[in-house]
Design a protein around this ligand. Structure first.
Ligand SMILES: Cc1cc2nc3c(=O)[nH]c(=O)nc-3n(C[C@H](O)[C@H](O)[C@H](O)COP(=O)(O)OP(=O)(O)OC[C@H]3O[C@@H](n4cnc5c(N)ncnc54)[C@H](O)[C@@H]3O)c2cc1C
Length: 383
């Protein structure tokens, strides 16, 4: 019988960085994943690492820590992390005001930011529509990663150089504690043993401890996404965020003028579907465009699974075209991504007897904050 210091359940970004920090601390770690490879939120997202969008509290700090963790890994192994920065582009005077106020807030936090005039925005982003960008705010330190490969490369690096033991196609259905040891049972009846267990199961609440998640108050969010055909001739470097993102992201809620911000009538359907517009050019030259937010309780989550609502995609495309000009808007892929989230913008933590540690519900900030947040969490697990 092998006994691990830590078994991590779930190989998304939250699970993978639990493993990363535990291995850094010299622990013996096993990570179990239910699918042949992780295919959930961690590989379906934009790959924008944007501390600038986070609530200006511990989540912003976790994002800052994550920047240095991604950077230090990238220096040794190519995990697709590119430091091309993030652009927030304002389309009206209210959004310009928020950018100017946010610039001050980030300066106070000693976080590099540059205000851009309309002309500078167009110089930096030639694809920007003439009529859209009134001003911009640029964060030069921020990263983009390729979500479809990043987490696999980090995991392979941990297996190859740090001694991670990994097993896929292993759905965990039970964790129980006997004489201070946690026994983890898979759907195939395999047993694994550890001192501590971290459950990082994303939005999958049916297989393992469903009674806890039924009472967790967590919400499931569904996001519509799409990618154009590859366009290597278009240069859209970095993370591109729209006026609707400025109105939506938590950091801007700390701006003095935010409480008096009004919503123009045309934005009503965008608010209804939680749409804001983001762009990220993937390494193959395709432009990833999204996103929207439909919500359901844990108990009603199946309702979100059935179809992709094309009315939402049309709204996304309409606003994307108002912002950016592309040689073609031929879409090669549509997909939906899902994550669990809390109602207070934090993360869901639950602990059983100082042995079993649940961490999920990180919401829409897991690519940005998980490497920093899990550093704190692993410290608590082994305290
Ligand atoms: C469309 C979209 C766009 C996004 N864009 C961004 C962005 O640009 N920047 C950003 O910071 N964040 C973004 N996010 C959020 C980010 O993707 C998530 O916060 C993050 O991926 C969550 O990671 P996770 O490990 O908690 O969950 P997941 O990625 O869902 O991983 C959980 C893993 O656990 C496994 N699992 C579940 N149950 C079991 C079990 N019983 N046994 C074994 N394995 C199990 C699952 O198979 C899965 O692989 C986006 C999310 C979406 C959906």
């Amino acid at each position: 019988m092998t006994k691990y210091d830590l078994i991590v359940i779930g190989a998304g970004n939250v699970g993978t960085f639990h493993a990363y920090h535990a291995l850094q601390a010299g622990k013996k770690v096993l990570m179990l994943e239910k699918d042949a490879m992780p295919v959930e939120a961690t590989v379906r997202n934009f790959g924008q690492v944007v501390p600038s969008g986070q609530a200006l509290d511990t989540w912003f700090e976790y994002g800052r820590t994550a920047l240095s963790i991604y950077e230090s890994i990238q220096q040794n192994v190519d995990i697709t992390a590119r430091q091309n920065g993030s652009y927030y582009i304002a389309s009206d005077d209210d959004e310009v005001q928020l950018l100017e106020e946010a610039f001050t807030l980030f300066k106070e936090r000693d976080y590099a930011a540059t205000l851009l005039t309309s002309e500078r925005c167009k110089e930096r982003l030639p694809a920007l529509q003439q009529t859209y960008g009134k001003a911009g705010l640029f964060f030069p330190q921020e990263f983009s990663v390729e979500p479809r490969s990043m987490v696999h490369r980090v995991r392979n690096m941990l297996i190859q150089y740090k001694g991670l033991v990994y097993q896929n196609n292993t759905t965990v259905i039970d964790c129980s504690i006997d004489q201070g040891i946690v026994m983890v049972t898979s759907a195939k009846g395999e047993k694994f043993f550890a001192e501590k267990v971290a459950i990082c199961n994303g939005r999958d609440f049916k297989a393992l401890l469903p009674e806890i998640f039924d009472n967790s108050g967590l919400i499931i969010s569904k996001l519509n996404m799409m990618a154009t055909m590859p366009m290597p001739q278009v240069a859209l470097k970095g993370n591109i965020l729209s006026g609707l993102s400025i109105r939506r992201y938590d950091s801007f809620k700390s701006c003095p003028s935010y409480p008096s911000l009004t919503t123009p009538a045309w934005q009503a359907p965008y608010q209804q579907w939680g749409i804001h517009i983001l762009f990220k050019q993937a390494l193959d030259g395709s432009i990833i465009i999204g996103d929207s937010h439909e919500y359901a309780s844990v108990q009603a989550a199946t309702e979100l699974d059935f179809s992709i609502d094309m009315r939402i995609n049309q709204l996304i495309l309409q606003e994307a075209q108002r912002m950016i000009q592309l040689p073609s808007w031929e879409i090669q892929q549509y997909w939906a991504g899902y994550y669990s989230q809390t109602t207070d913008g934090g993360v869901y933590e639950y602990q059983i007897a100082d042995k079993i540690f649940i961490a999920t519900g990180i919401g829409g900030k897991g690519m940005t904050t998980a490497p920093g947040y899990t550093q704190k969490r692993v410290h608590e697990i082994f305290a």
